[in-house]
Design a protein around this ligand. Sequence first.
Ligand SMILES: *Cc1c(COP(=O)(O)O)cnc(C)c1O
Length: 366
Amino acid sequence: MASVIVDRRDEKIIHLIRPGAKKKPAHNAPPARGAIRLDAMESPYTWPAYLRGEWAEEMQKVSLNRYPDPQSTDLKAKLRQVFDIPAATDLMLGNGSDELVQIINLAMRAPGRTIMAPVPTFSMYEVVARNVGLDFVGVPLCTEDFSLDLDAMLTAIDEHQPAVIYLASPNNPTGNRFAEADIVQIIEASTGIVVVDEAFAPFSGSSLMGLVEKHDNLLVMCSLSKVGLAGIRLGFLVGQSTWMEQIKEARLPYNINALTQYTGEFVLDYFDIFEEQIEQTVRDRAWVVENIRRLKGVEVFDSDTNFMLLRVANGRAEAVDMEMRERGVWVQNFIGDHPMLRDCLRVTVGKPSENVAFISAITSAL
Ligand SMILES: *Cc1c(COP(=O)(O)O)cnc(C)c1O
């Protein structure tokens, strides 16, 4: 009886919240202590102890009774240096690039407008589009190699005239970069903006940042999350001021808190440490790929990121995932996700010892 009442109440709330919303199953399992977490594309590395000590000292100077600098002026200056952001471009910071997606979608929102992305891709583009009341159109990638299906994209652009197109390059969860020539054609065909999401670019050694000055409707989005700072929540968006000035209207003034600003300023002075960690991860990625290729019953796709997409035998993904979990190794599965990800698992490159544990766990699980 009680559950019926709860169900009806849930339905009413869901309807009041947002017509068309659905009740969602809770999906985040509590973090397991001691597990090897290779499921979230995080860096496995922290900073050296001396640096953490210095950082803690510095943080004492932050005046938490005051509002943070709404323009994050000093942090932006450091980001421009470290990431070679062209001087003539405009820059906006977000509380993670998730928030930048939300800001962009809010700024571009109007009845009947569409957000587009090739799929499968980063789920936040669709989640945020729907949350702010926009339609989402996903255009399937090519099945063989997850490259952009340029003809399909151009046809869909023509048909839907999307306000925003998101291109994660390298893409999550497929791990590959898209061809620059394809991206440029999409930028030129689009009447709205094209956001190239380069959250994984540090692992691919290539970036389209240099094209921002050529195309006024191209915005390049970056994040510090995958390179070792997921906890501070910092992403940035680069574009020409014509579009950026308008998009900035949708940003709340104090979205980057004082601790994030100071931590960002502090660590960017030591970014060479992060660069070494990135190089280590790229080397270890090759080791993991090589060792997976020795196994039967699993295929691994080429990766330009800090993770690999794997495909196991038909219908085996859940069992392999569960078996590895039993052994304390967490990866991501895609049960119920896009059909192109059937039988797929995504594994993050960890520390060398974690990669050894992963290879051992998957060998047993297969
Ligand atoms: C992880 C990820 C991000 C980063 O999001 P943050 O909010 O900055 O942590 C952005 N884009 C893609 C494609 C990602 O996989």
